[in-house]
Ligand binder design. Structure first.
Ligand SMILES: N[C@@H](CCC(=O)N[C@@H](CS)C(=O)NCC(=O)O)C(=O)O
Length: 243
């Protein structure tokens, strides 16, 4: 059975602290692909040093895009079957916006805001004894700060970063409009991606201007709730939480 490696289910309000993990869990659930969830402490265990990653009969694969390609080839999983070529291109553009910029604005809100960073420390490192915990937390903060700097977003000031993130959120709301899902009546991979990112912004008790932007949009709140119902309703087949 497919083994899905994720973070620990440790952040109330979201199925996983990673939007990428929630994206993949959503696709697996909607497509009815049985899997076992394995919770890891350290994403470095994965082939790309990140979560999610899968182990499919010994084949280790990282990155949601590559994993979805693999699922399409091996199991015929294709949530985008109903999309036209133009919609597929639009879905591609939307997903890269969500994953390559809004995601990083969310990372900033979690790790670079001192009050929120304390929540992250507790969630991820709360079971590490002092004084090692202090060292690990400082290292983690430094790593995230460096990653944000190399990405480029971290070179902007707080207001600019949130303005960029909020503009991404507003773009999703506009594309959605009065549809149930981003491309009509049926959910697609873009919805799994949007849900993963938005539930991680709005679900946990972590304040930020990004959260205010989602909460302030009835369209997006209804959408996230709609996706949440689908996610909860599509109970994973043979899924087991790792002890
Ligand atoms: N492009 C990757 C992104 C995955 C990703 O960024 N995962 C983050 C968690 S949200 C991670 O594992 N970060 C740990 C690290 O960079 O060390 C995908 O689509 O799976």
């Amino acid at each position: 059975m497919l083994r899905l490696h994720t973070f620990k289910d440790c952040l109330p309000g979201t199925p996983d602290p990673s939007g990428f993990v929630v994206k993949l869990m959503t696709v697996l659930r909607l497509a009815g692909v049985g899997h076992e969830r394995i919770e890891v402490d350290n994403p470095a265990a994965g082939p790309k040093g990140k979560v999610p990653f899968i182990d499919d009969g010994g084949l280790l694969l990282g990155d949601t895009v590559l994993i979805l390609e693999h699922l399409k080839k091996t199991r015929g999983v294709d949530l985008d079957r109903h999309l036209s070529p133009l919609q597929k291109a639009q879905s591609h553009a939307l997903q890269r916006m969500l994953e390559e910029r809004l995601y990083w604005a969310c990372v900033y809100s979690r790790w670079m805001e001192p009050a929120n960073a304390k929540i992250e420390d507790e969630i991820f490192f709360g079971d590490i004894p002092w004084p090692i915990r202090g060292f690990i937390c400082r290292q983690a903060h430094k790593t995230v700060e460096t990653a944000l700097h190399h990405h480029g977003l971290g070179r902007h000031n707080r207001e600019e970063i949130y303005a960029f993130g909020v503009s991404d959120i507003e773009a999703v709301a506009l594309v959605l409009g009065d549809q149930d899902f981003l491309f009509g009546n049926e959910p697609s991979v873009a919805d799994a991606t949007a849900f993963g990112m938005l539930i991680n912004i709005v679900g946990p008790d972590i304040p930020s201007p990004l959260k205010n932007a989602v909460v302030g949009s009835p369209t997006l709140m209804a959408y996230v709730q709609r996706m949440q119902v689908l996610f909860d309703g599509a109970a994973p087949r043979l899924e087991m939480e790792a002890a």
